[in-house]
Write a protein that binds this ligand. Structure first.
Ligand code: ATP
Ligand code: MG
Length: 649
């Protein structure tokens, strides 16, 4: 099998200026796993506690009694950690730069201003009967009020459940029912790529579901001023309850293990899971990973392009950066509007130093050609990040060269909704980079690889990725379904947390995520992850994106079926198909020879932008009836087209 050999050593100037260098990483990592209590007792101090904790870690991964607690007797408030504690030192510093969908619109919100907005809205929520422990559903566009709403919930001890603004009425209803939410916060409409998104209308429709019984109030932010239906008994304008509210709201004292939020996974592998995250450990994890992995320093402008509806938005737009007193950029729009150079334009406009985005966005830009960033300079950038899927080495190189001007390290961050924060990632000043590898574990994280029997594998090898011990940001349970939590994560390899991902470890101990274990191919007895073949395809000059699945094959057991999206302006042809078959044989070897290659204008993705291979597997197997849970699918039209022109009939 081919190995990506290219190494990007830590640049000397980065090493000398970074918070953590190689020696420091090794020393801290060693302490974090050998003396976790001492390590986390020290680093637990990075956030402000109302009552200090005396216990650090109290965790059982025993299948009969999975129970996860960190800093359990301490008390704190997450919003106070993001706001109050900064007022004295940085009240006038910008906390949030908001960049509108419309490039003419942006706004700078200082820490003092954000604090006032959060206090006022906290009181407004109280006036609507919201109490500590209530679940509040937030279905919002990427506007400052989304962050204000999250922080206001945290301030008064309500548990937020943010539902991504691209979800359908059914998906909203399901999440409300699952969480017994009493309040929904939304906007009249959102804006994305110059189009209006009917948020309030979707909420109205969700609430017609007879099983939604708990919702008493819908708070509506006036965002576009578009026409909406109104229900007097239930709907209230945000500005009506906000304007007159007091700007004094002391933060509620919360136990470290009191819930901060519920958040659902992306639904790549099945029905989404609603994870419960608690307050103390999560805040320590989000702020610490944000500081060290992005090598965040005072004065940096930091931009994570995720939506607040995903864990990436929770931990790395809101809680992590704000806990660190950073300036965090919140972007309402999409990378392709008004043109494909938007990312570069925004970087230049706000002098962004750190940019964190997803492989799906990188590949989409890459498909537009090398001059896609237009006239933008992007010379303020010093660090790039990637999250959500394995980043194909080709896309990594492109990102490095065409966005980062060849001089920004890339942190490829592996983690999950369940993990609360990044677990495997380079640290810019400590880790030599290899394109396509998430590299090494963060402090306190103990990854291991196991075979199908659960036997731990040593050395350079490939297997299922497990985590042998807890870390503070870990989800505590699936909301209302602890049994599913235990079954999903702790029963496959008892005594450990099973990630559901496969990985390879190379001779330097670097981790390479190979894909979901459910997606592993078995061709004539050879096991292959999806990532490697997909990366080989993406390395071809005409290929924008590729997804690989296995399908039943009489001789080989499984055949290799590849779905391919071509670069902008490239036409599909029989010759190209043959060339791509040859290409894979050359790049990886004859064992990876594709049996079927289907060209397609798009691939089925979750709304967070991940390829949904389980649907592609069904189509490849010619089982187009039961596609499973498609509630998080971004564009059902893509699936219809793929079924229409499927190759295995
Ligand atoms: P579901 O759990 O509902 O199937 P999901 O796993 O896609 O959905 P998320 O929690 O959003 O939901 O995504 C976590 C997964 O994303 C990881 O388990 C991994 O497969 C993938 N992932 C995230 N970051 C990376 C990365 N840097 N490299 C490789 N894979 C990544
Ligand atoms: Mg998952």
């Amino acid at each position: 099998m081919s190995e990506q050999q290219k190494v990007y050593p830590v640049p000397a100037d980065v090493a000398s200026n970074a918070l953590i260098n190689k020696a420091k990483y090794e020393e801290m990592y060693k302490q974090s796993v050998e003396q976790p209590d001492a390590f986390w007792a020290e680093h637990g101090q990075r956030i402000d506690w109302m009552k200090p904790f005396s216990k650090v870690k109290n965790v059982s991964f025993d299948t009969h009694n999975v129970d996860i607690n960190w800093f359990e007797d301490g008390t704190l408030n997450a919003s106070a950690n993001c706001l109050d504690r900064h007022l004295e030192t940085r009240g006038d510093q910008v906390a949030i730069i908001w960049e509108g969908d419309n490039p003419e619109q942006s706004e700078n919100i200082t820490y003092r201003d954000l604090y006032t907005r959060v206090c006022k809205f906290s009181n407004a929520l109280k006036s609507q009967g919201v109490r500590k422990g209530d679940v509040v559903t937030i279905y919002m566009p990427m506007i400052p009020e989304a962050a204000v709403a999250m922080l206001a919930c945290a301030r008064i001890g309500a548990v937020h459940s943010v539902v991504f603004g691209g979800f359908s009425p059914d998906a909203i209803a399901g999440r409300i029912i699952n969480s017994d939410s009493r309040i929904v916060i939304t906007a009249d409409q959102g804006r994305r790529g110059g189009k209006a998104v009917p948020l309030k209308e979707n909420v109205d429709e969700a609430l017609t579901n007879p099983q939604v019984k708990t919702v008493e109030k819908v708070v509506v932010v006036q965002c576009t001023g578009g026409d909406i239906a109104w229900h007097d008994h239930r709907d209230v304008w945000y500005h009506d309850i906000y304007e007159g509210a007091s700007d004094i709201c002391p933060p509620e004292e919360m136990g470290a293990e009191d819930p901060l939020f519920i958040l659902y996974t992306s639904g790549s592998t099945g029905a989404p899971k609603g994870l419960k995250h608690t307050t103390g450990g999560y805040m320590v994890c989000a702020s610490m990973t944000h500081q060290y992995i992005f090598d965040y320093k005072e004065g940096d402008v930091y931009w994570c392009t995720a939506d607040v509806g995903w864990i990436t938005g929770h931990s790395y737009i809101v809680y992590g950066p704000l806990a660190n007193g950073a300036t965090t950029l919140m972007f309402e729009g999409v990378p392709s509007y008004p043109s494909h150079s938007r990312f570069g334009d925004v970087v230049d406009k706000h002098n962004v130093n750190i940019l964190y985005t997803a492989p799906t966005a990188v590949r989409a830009l890459m498909a537009q050609g090398d001059d896609v960033m237009g006239d933008s300079k992007r010379d303020s950038l010093r660090l790039l990040g990637s999250v959500g899927e394995p980043i194909n080495p080709e896309a990594w190189e492109w990102y490095h060269k065409n966005i980062g001007n060849g001089n920004c390290p890339i942190v490829d961050t592996w983690w999950q909704t369940e993990t609360g924060g990044i677990l495997i990632s380079p640290l810019p000043g400590a880790t030599d980079l290899k394109p396509g590898s998430a590299t090494l574990p963060f402090f306190g994280v103990q990854p291991a690889l196991v075979d199908g029997q659960g036997t731990e594998l040593e050395g350079a090898t490939e297997g299922g990725l497990i985590l042998q011990d807890s870390w503070p940001g870990q989800a505590r349970t699936i909301w209302g379904d602890h049994e599913r939590f235990v079954q999903t994560y702790f029963s496959t390899y008892p005594g450990t947390y099973f990630t559901g991902d496969g990985a390879r470890r190379d001779e330097d101990g670097y981790f390479w995520i190979t894909g979901r274990v459910d997606d592993v191919l078995n061709v004539s007895g050879h096991r292959m992850g999806t990532a490697e073949i997909e990366s080989a395809m993406v390395a071809h000059k005409d290929v924008a994106e590729a997804a690989v699945v296995g399908y039943p094959h009489e001789i080989k057991g499984q055949g290799i079926y590849i779905y391919i999206t071509l670069n902008d302006g490239v036409d599909e042809s029989e010759d190209l198909r043959k060339e791509l078959v040859k290409w894979v044989r050359k790049e990886i070897g004859p064992i990876a020879t594709p049996d079927l290659i289907q060209f397609s204008d798009g691939l089925p993705k979750t709304r967070s932008g991940k390829i949904m291979r389980r649907i592609l597997r069904k189509i490849a197997a010619n089982e187009c009836d039961g596609l499973g849970d498609t509630s998080t699918l971004a564009d059902p039209g893509v699936v219809d087209n793929l079924i229409e022109s499927r190759l295995n009939r």
